[in-house]
Write a protein that binds this ligand. Structure first.
Ligand code: CAO
Length: 414
């Protein structure tokens, strides 16, 4: 039995943030019923299409293990069916533009009337305040949540990151809120509202940068490269290139082949505990006794010199050789892996983190499986549903007769 088996999720989500959340719940065993507009469906089904006529990878990779029911929740008949679905389910998840559910006639108050045990979970771009009515996509959240201003190089533009911390990051936060509310419902018998704003989720993931904002009052941020370069700090946390976000200085360094391979790099951390081993590995044993380099504090103004010397060594090795040499010495390093290398990595296939899935319209494709591993509840990744694939079966489950289903179809409600 899967961890969330028996939990029914009414999934009103679309695009990325909400679907990330409900896909996780489905992997834990919940029955996720995805409600989509008849004939249209989640907009991502037809975005970034690579196989003409088939659901896109954008859609399939975010909607595994779900069932799809089409329903026009704005028609009277559709609303009556939707009401039955609210009675039938434990959790409702949505990430529509602010107010969309209220405009359909399903406010939080109304949902509680229909089903007091319902947990109602929402993603919005912003929490209550001046921007609460805004529509928001990933990069807007990265910018408004503090990530962009602290990502990139000091002398360049603010940068967004490829990791979808605004969408998928918020979906993860929401999933935790939902299971917490489910746990609480066991004791209280009541549902509750769970809200995650994308700005808040991004900021939560950027909390070390708010830490640094406050540390600025006490003086320069000595672990930032700009300190050693003698560049004064301004009044806000600066962009710090590839400097490590913690107390152990680190950088991305070139490895053998960097001239032609855009990913021939390693991340190298000069962890204090292994400093002497680093000196030996890079051929600078004399640095162990040199007072300029002997202590972490003494090293901070000289990080450029230190990393130049380490890079002179890493450039003689491939990124995997650097790993092979440093790992046994407990020196923390990591290769910069391309998506091609990740797709081919056997160990990720073995753990179910990268999974090959078959799909009737598009054939086999790769996806990311559940990164959260439960020993007694392993995720079994099943293909995403076709639009409305489970409409009849779900309507029957909530008590509609065959005649009623036919009438709903004829009237365009499903
Ligand atoms: N039946 C009938 N109508 C339906 C329906 C259904 N099954 N499902 C959705 N609709 C309607 C909605 O009610 C809404 O109608 P109104 O505007 O008349 O109220 C309409 O479809 C469109 O919804 P939307 O405004 O949410 O969609 P959009 O494409 O214009 O905006 C987005 C997309 C993501 C910007 C917006 O939903 C949003 O800001 N969501 C919150 C933040 C978020 O999750 N962003 C991340 C998305 S992932 O990158």
């Amino acid at each position: 039995m899967k961890a969330l088996e028996g939990v029914k999720i009414l999934d009103m989500t679309h695009v990325q943030s909400g679907p990330t959340c409900t896909q996780l719940l489905a992997w834990f065993g919940a029955d996720v019923i995805k409600v989509e507009r008849p004939g249209v469906g989640d907009a991502t089904r037809k975005q970034l299409v690579d196989v003409p006529g088939a659901d896109s990878l954008y859609f399939t990779m975010l909607n595994h293990n779900k069932r799809s029911v089409t329903l026009n929740t704005k028609s009277d008949e559709g609303k009556a069916i939707f009401t039955k679905l609210i009675q039938h389910c434990d959790v409702m998840v949505e990430n529509f533009a602010p107010g969309a559910l209220d405009r359909m006639g399903f406010s939080w108050e109304r949902i509680q009337e229909i089903n007091p045990r319902m947990i109602y979970a929402s993603v919005k771009g912003f929490g209550p305040g001046p921007y609460q009515d805004c529509k928001v996509y990933e990069n807007v959240a990265q910018c408004a949540g503090g990530s962009a201003s602290t990502t990139g190089f000091r002398d360049g533009l603010p940068l967004v990151t490829g990791a979808q911390i605004g969408d998928s990051g918020t979906g993860l936060h929401l999933a935790l809120g939902i299971v917490t509310a489910l746990f609480h419902r066991e004791k209280s018998g009541k549902g509750q509202r769970v809200e995650c704003a994308m700005q808040d989720s991004v900021l939560n993931l950027c909390r070390v940068k708010l830490r640094d904002q406050q540390r600025l009052k006490a003086g320069p941020l000595t672990e930032y490269s700009q300190y050693g370069e003698g560049v004064p700090f301004g009044d806000a946390t600066p962009r710090a290139g590839n400097d490590s976000g913690g107390g152990q200085p680190g950088r991305i360094l070139k490895c053998k082949g960097w001239e032609t391979d855009p990913n021939a790099y390693t991340y190298f951390i000069t962890q204090a505990a292994v400093w002497e081993k680093i000196c030996d590995v890079i051929g600078k044993p004399e640095w162990k006794e040199d007072e300029k380099f002997a202590t972490p504090k003494a090293r901070l103004p000289h990080l450029n010199e230190i990393f130049d010397a380490i890079e002179a060594w890493t450039m003689t090795k491939t990124k995997f050789e650097v790993m092979d040499i440093c790992n046994p010495l407990d020196i923390p390093v990591g290769p910069i892996l391309s998506m091609r290398e990740i797709a081919e990595e056997q160990s990720l296939r073995d753990t179910g983190t990268v999974v090959e899935v078959d799909h009737p319209e598009r054939g086999p494709y790769l996806t990311v499986g559940n990164p959260i591993k439960l020993s007694d509840s392993p995720a079994d990744v099943k293909r995403s549903p076709l639009l409305g694939e489970h409409t009849e079966e779900i309507l029957a489950e909530i008590g509609l007769s065959a005649d009623e289903i036919e009438i709903a179809k004829a009237g365009g409600a499903v």
